[in-house]
Structures are given as C-alpha cells and as structure tokens.
Design a protein around this ligand. Structure first.
Ligand code: UDP
Length: 236
C-alpha cells in the first residue's frame, strides 16, 4: 500500500447528491462502501466531513445573524453529517469512533489527539466532527490540521471532479487536468485546491494532498494501491 494512514476529506455538499439540501442516503452508503474497501486493504483511516449541505457560517450575516454563531451552527452541521457517516460505516461492519472539536458528550468523544492515534492503531475509522472547534475556520483547515497531528501520510480530498484543472472544467471545456503539481505551482498559478490556511498547513508540514473524484467507485482503493493516474497530487 502506498499510503498507510490517510485523512479523507469529504465535503458536505457532495453528500447532497442531486438534492438541494441535506443528506442523500444513496451517496452516504456509497461513501461508506468506498471507505470499507480502503479499510479492508489495511489502511488507517481518519475522515473529516464538511457541513455545507446543511449550513455554512458565511450564510449567517446575510440572514442577519452573528457570524460566530453561524460558524458554530456550521460546526454542528458537520456533526450531523459525521453521525450519519458513522452509522452508515457501522452498517458496513466497520468499527468507528466520532471525535468532536466541541464537546457533545452524549454522541461523540471529545477530540484528544492521543485517543485518536490509539483508535487508528486499532484500525477503527476515526471521524473528526465539528471542525477544529473554532469559528472562522473551515473543514478543509480541520482536515489539514488533524492530518498533521495524527501524522497522516496524505490528505485525500474527495470531490466530484477528478483532480485539479487549469480552469473550472464545469465551465471551460479547454481546461486541462494536472496529474502532479508542487505546492509552489499551486501558489504561483493561483489554483483552487483548499483555502489558504488549510493549504499552507500542508505545505509547511510537507504533507501531500491528492484531489480526486470520490464519486467514481474504486478510486480510493486505486490511490492506496499506488495508481497515480487517479486525481492530482500536490506535493513538494
Ligand atoms: N466551521 C468552523 N470551524 C471549523 C470548521 C467548520 O467555523 O473548524 C464552520 C464554518 O462556518 C463552515 C461550516 O462550519 O462554513 C461548514 O464547514 P465547511 O464550509 O468547511 O463545509 P464543506 O464546504 O466542506 O461542506
């Protein structure tokens, strides 16, 4: 296996499937199935899932609400998604633990790094809910930070596009897909991989990122098996 310990970042929006809001059960089950495939290969898996299918803090101000309050609402949205994923994974027979950046003790363990490491060593899939537990961050930042903390080998950013393109492939038919970029390339060409905070953390800690299409069955296992035609690798 090319990567032993991975941090998989899934966006909340991807969980919507074709819906306008909320969780598409088919998509959720599909993701659980992909993660099971990776677990069966022997990977140690941590997952961060976003909340954009339910609520984003940036919506708060336009609704006349306080931004910080909105960010906490967004964090709670990620906990809802994390709980759904946890349940779907358990239906696949996978042992999981949900660790939250804000304390919600009835449904999640608190985030404690050593505990997360121990769960991973025991081959439990660890889901990090509530981002990093602080407003003004995103779940991409949470993914990068947790990945560095747990000494993951790679951040796998599962999206609905199959990598990083020179332009938005959904708008520009001439856009070309990169197979490998350096962190510097991403900076210089101003490519949209993650928000700057998240990206900088990976760059400074020499943690590779792979952006790939999570909706294509088998892609996660292909990456773990070293198939470098899947997605775009960003590394130093
Ligand atoms: N959020 C936050 N701190 C964090 C992680 C998330 O404040 O550490 C809030 C923020 O408001 C964000 C929302 O939670 O908009 C949902 O997360 P995100 O937008 O990253 O979800 P995604 O785009 O991946 O669906």
């Amino acid at each position: 296996m090319k990567y032993k310990r991975i941090l998989l970042k899934l966006s909340g929006e991807a969980l919507m499937g074709d819906q306008q809001y909320g969780i598409d059960t088919k998509r959720l089950i599909q993701y659980a199935h992909e993660i099971k495939g990776a677990a069966d290969l022997g990977a140690e898996i941590a997952v961060v899932i976003g909340g954009g299918n339910i609520y984003r803090g940036s919506q708060a101000e336009s609704m006349g609400l306080d931004r910080v309050q909105g960010d906490y609402m967004g964090m709670l949205a990620t906990v809802i998604n994390s709980m759904a994923l946890q349940s779907a994974l358990e239906k696949e027979g996978i042992s999981t633990r949900l660790l939250s950046g804000i304390n919600i003790q009835q449904v999640c363990e608190p985030y404690i790094r050593r505990r997360a490491m121990r769960h991973l060593e025991k081959n439990r899939v660890v889901i990090f809910g509530a981002g990093i537990g602080s407003p003004y961050f995103t779940t991409d930042s949470a993914a990068s930070l947790r990945a560095v903390e747990i000494e993951a080998d790679v951040v796998l950013k599962g999206t609905r596009v199959d990598g990083i393109y020179s332009a938005d492939p959904e708008k520009n038919p001439d856009a070309v897909r990169f197979t490998h970029l350096t962190f510097q390339d991403v900076f210089e060409q101003n490519l949209n991989v993650m928000d700057m905070t998240a990206f900088t953390l990976c760059k400074e800690n020499d943690l590779p990122i792979i952006v790939f299409d999570m909706n294509r069955a088998g892609n996660l296992c292909r990456i773990l098996n070293g198939d470098d035609s899947v997605g775009t690798l960003v590394s130093s």
